[in-house]
Design a protein around this ligand. Structure first.
Ligand SMILES: [Zn+2]
Length: 274
């Protein structure tokens, strides 16, 4: 988890970037001009180990399909993946990548697992604190990726989401990006559950390290349970992966349209280009 010095570094080094970047994003007619897709895990970190596949494989396939779908809707959108192959990327590096590329939104894609094998469905997280037992199980599982990082103790050692430093940083992120993050999370849940008939486990909040690190509107979506045999079969099928990517794409289209139309436009305004 995060050291105190690292949290302080994050607060003071990224705050001006957040503010400037947020103002810029609000001016754009297409709110998400640069999208960062983050396929969970990779390389030596397999994520959840299912009966037939690893979480890292499904997350990458759905992410690549999502990128293809988005290109058809938004030829001008810059869509970047934190990894496009089976490679280990530390969680803080994923955030740095998003910052360096001036992402407007960060979507992290994961698969769920629980001891209770009957659990199934989709849930999407925004950054926040969580005290519910099931959400706690998920956040522990996803944050465990840091254990694969060689210097994880120095980088994240002693992080406590309830510490004063972390609370300041968390509040800053929540205040700046809460509305946009929640809006996207709700659109993902609506499309995935209504169109695919999936169990809607809702929009939740939890202190995911990767959402801390990216410093922009961000969600982490758990697209299904690998611990449930039926759902794993769907997740590993090409049909299932295409349907999931297509509905994540619809959520992003809906978000861009809603926020783009809500913005005032000048009569002869030309479209911004990056
Ligand atoms: Zn995961």
């Amino acid at each position: 988890m995060l050291s105190r010095q690292f949290i302080i570094f994050l607060v003071f080094s990224f705050t001006p970037i957040f503010l400037l970047h947020n103002l810029y994003a609000q001016k754009a007619d297409m709110p998400i001009q640069t999208l960062i897709i983050d396929p969970g895990h990779g390389g030596k970190d397999p994520g959840t180990v299912g009966k037939r596949k690893y979480e890292k494989e499904i997350a990458l396939k759905v992410s690549l399909l999502l990128k293809d779908s988005l290109k058809k809707y938004f030829p001008r959108m810059k869509v970047l993946l934190t990894r496009d192959k089976d490679k280990f990327i530390p969680l803080h590096k994923r955030g740095e990548f998003a910052q360096e590329n001036q992402g407007d939104f960060f979507i992290s894609i994961h698969c769920n697992a629980m001891k209770n094998k009957a659990r199934h469905g989709v849930e999407t997280y925004v950054l926040g604190l969580n005290k519910g037992q099931e959400g706690y199980e998920t956040v522990i599982k996803e944050n465990e990726s840091v254990l694969f990082e060689e210097n994880h103790h120095e980088m994240y050692g002693g992080f406590d989401p309830n510490s004063p430093e972390a609370a300041i940083y968390l509040k800053l992120l929540k205040d700046l990006f809460r509305e946009s993050s929640l809006s996207m999370a709700e659109r993902i849940q609506k499309n995935m559950c209504e169109n695919l008939g999936k169990n809607d486990r809702g929009v939740k909040q939890a202190p995911f390290v990767v959402l801390y690190m990216c410093g922009m509107p961000a969600v982490l979506t758990e697209i299904g349970f690998m611990s449930n045999l039926n759902e794993e079969s769907y997740l590993i099928s090409e049909k299932g992966q295409r349907a999931i990517a297509s509905n994540l794409c619809k959520a992003i289209v809906s978000y861009n349209r809603a926020y783009g139309q809500a913005l005032p436009r000048k009569p002869n305004a030309t479209r911004n280009k990056k």
